[in-house]
Design a protein around this ligand. Structure first.
Ligand code: NAP
Length: 379
């Protein structure tokens, strides 16, 4: 129906750890938890149990890990004026979680989070932050990494400051955040009383330089320790999903491409360019990078489209024009597929903002498909 199609549907699944016990109740991906508190209609019934435990373990130390830890630890009085979903706020008000462990398989030099996000969580007024000074000892190869990367340097400085200058708290509703470095998950074990998760066994690690990439990777030492907990959030990265008939690189979890031009195969020697098909964002590069990274990424894809248009590769000179938007709408109607156009989205947006006004929130999320479709149609 179109001369040019851009795939930009992101990464809506999760990497798995592949360790025993991963299916126990009480273990979720951070993505599911994020979708829950952001009011995604498919996850509003997720109901993570925040009541029967005071301890949560977050695996991974990227910005998503910091996001979920912050939601678990922040006083709900401060969340009330954000656009957090109402069901999540109600559940967090009753939460008994007071302690969160953020576990990284490498050290503070390699933590995947960025400085602004780390500073934000370290500055939370009710929070005691625990960083072991012994974890801050650096090897010459760490020093080299720090010299080369300004963000890593800032992050490392923030961890050093947190380790050496603990903050005084007033003792009212205090919470604890433990950064655990050099630990990788080995298995999960159930609690004594139920089939829910009761804890995680961690293997201590040390870093070894990987010959091929020169990157320092975590290697198990054979020494283990257990942390008891009733909630685990795995925050080890998102994963894109393939679409039937679309080329997909299963190993990297991306659509194979050159500067956003989709390739028919992930093996360069066999690959040809799929004419008119482009990709942008996490589906193109993998699940890393902030909004600004995606802006540059989109610009590159648009430049590729413009180049192909200029070279006459995508818009044929002869033949009848493609059916385009009208054809697409007709096809959706013929197949009885519900869809929302921009004006419907605008009705949802304005309704959510209006509902938010009553509660001093920027918006109140509508969290069911039925209600979203109803508002999109009738306002
Ligand atoms: P991420 O930054 O790639 O972090 C993934 C974390 O998981 C790393 O600590 C990684 O450790 C660890 N990990 C991966 N596989 C593991 C395994 N098998 N066992 C143990 N640990 C493992 O991913 P993310 O946190 O999902 O964030 C995705 C992107 O979104 C990032 O670029 C992030 O900056 C961005 N983001 C930005 C914001 C913001 O700007 N506020 C908010 C959210 C997300 P290793 O380093 O050892 O691999």
């Amino acid at each position: 129906m179109y001369d040019v199609v851009v795939l930009a549907y992101g990464a809506e699944s999760d990497r798995s750890l592949g360790v025993p016990g991963e299916d126990l109740r009480g273990i979720h991906s951070a993505r599911e938890f994020v979708w829950w508190y952001n009011g995604h209609p498919d996850y509003c019934d997720m109901s993570p149990d925040l009541k029967s435990t005071d301890t949560a373990v977050v695996l991974g130390q990227g910005n998503v890990a910091l996001d979920v830890a912050r939601i678990l630890l922040r006083p709900t009085s401060e969340l009330e004026t954000t656009d957090i979903a109402d069901h999540a706020l109600a559940s967090l008000r009753e939460s008994n979680i007071r302690k969160v462990y953020l576990v990284g398989r490498r050290g503070p030099v390699q933590a995947a989070c960025t400085a602004k996000e780390l500073r934000e969580i370290l500055g939370m007024r009710n929070l005691r932050v625990h960083v072991q000074e012994a974890d801050l000892v650096t090897a010459p190869v760490d020093e080299e990494e720090l010299k080369k990367n300004r963000i890593q340097r800032r992050v490392y400085e923030l961890f050093s400051k947190a380790a050496t200058s603990p903050r005084e708290l007033d003792g009212v509703d205090d919470r604890d955040l433990h950064f655990m470095f050099f630990r990788k998950p080995d298995r999960f074990f159930p609690s004594e009383l139920s089939s829910r998760v009761g804890g995680v066994r961690l293997e201590k690690t040390c870093l070894k330089e990987n010959g091929a990439s020169g990157k320092q990777v975590a290697v198990g030492t054979g020494e283990f320790e257990d942390i008891k907990c009733g909630l685990v959030l795995k925050s080890i990265g998102y994963k894109s999903l393939p679409v039937d008939g679309l080329p997909f690189d299963e190993r990297r979890g991306v659509v194979p491409n050159v500067k956003g031009k989709v390739l028919s195969s992930d093996q360069p020697e066999k690959a040809i360019v799929e004419q008119g098909l482009y990709v942008a964002g996490w589906l193109k590069r993998g699940p890393t990078g902030i909004i600004a990274t995606n802006l540059y990424c989109a610009e590159e894809t648009v430049a590729s489209i413009m180049e192909d248009v200029k070279n006459g590769l995508v818009i044929p000179n002869s033949g009848s024009p493609k059916a385009g938007r009208e054809g697409l709408l007709q096809s959706l109607q013929d197949r009885n597929i519900p869809f929302v156009q921009l004006n419907g989205w605008a009705r949802i947006d304005s309704k959510e903002r209006m509902l938010g006004q009553f509660k001093n929130k920027p918006r109140e999320k509508i969290t069911t498909w039925d209600e979203l479709l109803r508002v999109a149609t009738n306002g």
